[in-house]
Design a protein around this ligand. Structure first.
Ligand code: XUL
Ligand code: CO
Length: 439
């Protein structure tokens, strides 16, 4: 096992059970424990996000770097990128995590020219491939960073400049090639700057038509190179743009449906993006899931008091339990997983903080999985929900649903059957039941 950048951890993090007081052990995440026919590792498919964990340096809009990482010499060199890759694989092994996710410009530096950037990426991919083979760590998904380079300040696929749209497409091609080369199981589109700042200079129709064309071109390429990974779109309402086209799950699904693209995509739902959109995490997961489109999850959380994407590590067991109920009910995430799109706080200076953060997130989801599974096995919600709609199983309810009555016949029935019986939704009782499983 590599041992250079995280020497404070000498052996991989272990499962020690719930009574352990060791802050560097798992109390619930027992990789090989079988729950409902699958191991915890198979259910949860955790991934580390490269950009936050290895490229994050504590910078925020009020100040620069606050973490000094041994692998980061704060330059754009390939040596720096290679050292970062080594640090990454050492971290994966010591944490005992099976997957990672990357952005092209984080794993390899942008060069002076587009051609040079592509070469840099290819070179790093070769090294990553060797390290994946040596360690067994796999790529959950790759993506192209179409938001850092100033050329993308007015969008990638929706940029008003055709040259820039073309460059965005070319960059995506290379990022898909890299993902395919590394056996990536999915490829994510995060519409970083696909949106607009002001309608005064924006043709909304044109920009969405262009985005759809962008996807068509990429879908055509995916087919021709036989890339079998799942395409995922990650909704987010705003930030950096004021309005983003893929603002939430429902809007994204409508866009895909309107342009006939639905079959080619699933969604990557992020908890913090859900709350920024004015929804709960479980709402976004449920909207995607009932449409058969919940493909993967960016597992993080926001802050109730801060109105931006704080990308904190997930630790809210209530929210995680509700999320795991939805995931278990659709029989897992398929090729997707739980990617910690999360960063330690600016004042968490030490590399050990990266372990605490991930251990906490993994344990919270492991515990959430156990609780959710018990709730499902005991059918506490299912039976209630089934009963709540039972008036549609017979009589007028069944007739309406099965198209057996027209509007006048319905009116006649209502005239004969005045005053519906009101049945409580029992929200408080159900909330108490969920809590009784969590406590
Ligand atoms: C940004 C964000 C990205 C995506 C991947 O808000 O969530 O990190 O997860 O491009
Ligand atoms: Co994300």
């Amino acid at each position: 096992m590599l041992n250079k950048y995280f020497s404070e951890i000498s052996t991989p993090i272990k499962y020690e059970g719930k009574d352990s007081k060791n802050p560097l052990a798992f109390r619930y995440y027992d990789k090989s424990k079988v729950v409902a026919g699958k191991t915890m590792a198979e259910h949860l498919r955790f991934a580390v996000s490269y950009w936050h964990t290895f490229k994050g340096d504590g910078t925020d809009i009020f100040g620069g770097t606050s973490f000094e990482r041994q692998w980061n010499q704060h330059n754009n060199s390939m040596d720096n990128a290679k050292a970062t890759l080594e640090a990454a694989f050492e971290f994966f092994q010591k944490l005992g995590i099976d997957y990672y996710c990357f952005h092209d410009r984080d794993i390899a530096p942008a060069g002076e020219s587009f051609v040079q950037s592509c070469k840099n990426l290819e070179e790093i991919v070769e090294q990553a491939k060797v390290m994946q083979n040596d360690t067994g760590v796999k790529l959950l998904w790759g993506t192209a960073n179409l938001f850092s380079n100033p050329i993308y300040s007015q969008g990638g696929g929706t940029n008003p400049n055709a040259h820039i749209m073309a460059q965005a497409l070319a960059q995506v091609k290379n990022a898909i090639d890299a993902t395919k080369e590394l056996g990536g199981e999915n490829y994510v589109f995060w519409g970083g700057r696909e949106g607009y700042e002001t309608l005064l200079n924006t043709d909304l129709k044109k920009e969405q038509d262009h985005m759809a064309r962008f996807f068509e071109i990429v879908i055509d390429y995916k087919k021709r190179i036989d890339f079998e990974g799942q395409f995922l779109i990650e909704p987010k309402p705003a930030e950096p743009m004021k309005h983003q086209y893929d603002s939430d799950a429902s809007t994204t699904l409508s866009f895909l449906r309107a342009y006939g693209l639905l079959d080619h995509f699933k969604l990557n739902i992020e908890a913090n993006h859900a709350t920024l959109a004015g929804h709960t995490f479980e709402h976004e997961l449920a909207v995607a899931s009932v449409a058969g489109k919940l493909g993967s999850v960016d597992a993080n959380r926001g802050d109730y008091l801060l109105g931006w994407d704080t990308d904190q590590f997930p630790n809210d067991l209530h929210s995680i339990t509700l999320a795991m109920i939805i995931i278990l009910k659709q029989n897992g995430l398929g090729t997707g997983g739980l990617n910690f799109d999360a960063k330690v706080r600016r004042s968490s200076y030490d590399t050990i903080d990266l372990f605490h953060a991930h251990i906490g997130g993994m344990d919270a989801f492991a515990k959430g999985l156990l609780i959710a599974n018990q709730i499902i096995e005991d059918k506490v919600l299912d039976d209630f929900v089934d009963d709540r709609y039972s008036s549609f199983n017979e009589g007028i309810g069944a007739d309406i649903i099965n198209g057996k009555v027209n509007l006048e016949q319905i009116e006649d029935w209502v005239k004969e059957n005045d005053k519906p019986q009101l049945k409580s939704g029992r929200q408080e009782m159900l909330e108490n039941i969920i809590n009784s499983y969590i406590f």
